[in-house]
Design a protein around this ligand. Structure first.
Ligand SMILES: Cc1cc2nc3c(=O)[nH]c(=O)nc-3n(C[C@H](O)[C@H](O)[C@H](O)COP(=O)(O)O)c2cc1C
Length: 331
């Protein structure tokens, strides 16, 4: 498997988990890494110092038990604040600091950060310059193709980022205007890859090994980043890695699925504590249920479990009694 060099940091593979606020927490990043994600950046963290002190944000920033390389994504629009935040996250153990210019959420864009910054290249340049000079670890940038189809400026922003010293670019093949709708396009990523010499990672609708291979071949990019398709499906990383290595992907065993889901639940409780954990794991269980067309009614019983032991038991019962509808299993 090809390694990706991000400044001094070596990423030992080409397939990354995308940052997904609310989902890509430490337990899920660990599960995805176990199944072959070679890098998984911690979710977006507000750059304002007071926000970083909230419980939710400090959990997002917890890096202690994460395997290397450890990265944190920052969002914001004030260069000095972002530079200070970068210093703080480096001190907290980040080996890579990522800057988010891709998030389309209204909450984010109304204060002109996330993908709204694609409209303000000079400000992006200033932010990146300040971040790069504030830390010794590499700074990376996640962008969209542009604000809308009339302003596809990812290549310009990518070149500008490289000039400021950014060490890797991730491009989501949609404009801000598209949100998550329509199909991702990869032509802009191909042009970006041709225009810069730092690694370029392609993101958007990568949902199978074949798709990953096609996109890498088409764009010439260095790696792929997988978001929604990895929800409830950490095994996808193994499939993609197999295809990229020219190996026929092996069928998953039923026990692989069951053990992974139960391990995920246990890691989740250990991280969030039992009472918060049995509530917050629901969104992940919901993803697994959707992925495998498990019996959704049973989910209610799992949701209503009063403690972790009961929730695990009920999940085991559901998994044991279900006929999975996806053909990836060996009994
Ligand atoms: C629930 C959710 C939360 C997300 N949160 C973030 C985030 O915090 N930072 C970010 O850069 N992108 C975020 N994204 C965007 C993803 O990283 C990714 O760019 C996008 O989902 C496209 O990839 P996909 O088609 O593989 O899902 C989020 C996406 C989803 C679905």
């Amino acid at each position: 498997m090809k390694h990706i060099q991000v400044g001094e940091v070596d990423i030992p593979g080409q397939v990354f988990l995308a940052p997904m606020a609310g989902f890509s927490d430490l337990p899920y990043r660990n599960i995805c890494r176990k199944w072959g994600a070679s890098y998984a950046v911690a979710e977006m963290t507000a750059s304002k110092e007071n926000l970083q002190k909230t419980k939710k944000t400090s959990l997002r920033m917890t890096l202690n038990e994460e395997s290397e390389p450890r990265g944190i994504q920052l969002i914001g629009s004030v260069p000095e604040e972002l530079a200070e935040a970068a210093v703080r996250v480096q001190a907290a153990g980040a080996q890579i600091v990522d800057f988010n210019c891709g998030c389309p959420a209204r909450k984010v864009c109304s204060v002109a950060c996330g993908s709204a910054l694609m409209k303000q290249p000079e400000l992006v340049g200033e932010i990146l310059q300040k971040m790069v000079s504030a830390v010794t670890v590499p700074v990376t940038l996640k962008i969209r193709t542009g604000w809308d189809s009339f302003s596809l400026n990812a290549v310009d922003i990518g070149k500008l980022a490289e000039d400021t010293g950014v060490k890797m670019l991730v491009i989501h093949g949609r404009t801000r205007e598209q949100g998550f709708k329509g199909e991702a396009e990869y032509e802009t990523a191909r042009q970006l890859k041709n225009a810069v010499s730092i690694p370029v990672i392609v993101n958007g609708d990568i949902n199978s090994g074949k798709k990953a291979l096609d996109v890498l071949q088409y764009t010439g990019a260095d790696g792929v980043m997988v978001g929604r398709a990895a929800l409830g499906n950490p095994w996808l990383f193994k499939e993609i890695n197999s295809i990229l290595s020219g190996i026929e992907p092996q069928l998953l065993k039923r026990s692989d699925i069951e053990d992974t889901i139960i391990d995920h639940m246990k890691e989740h409780y250990a991280f969030y504590g039992e009472m918060l954990g049995i509530r917050t794991i629901r969104k992940h269980l919901n993803q697994y249920v959707k992925r495998f067309s498990l019996n959704g009614d049973e989910l209610q019983k799992i949701y209503l479990a009063k403690n972790a032991g009961e929730q695990i038991e009920r999940t085991r019962d559901l998994l044991g009694s279900s006929r999975f509808s996806v053909n990836v299993f060996e009994e």
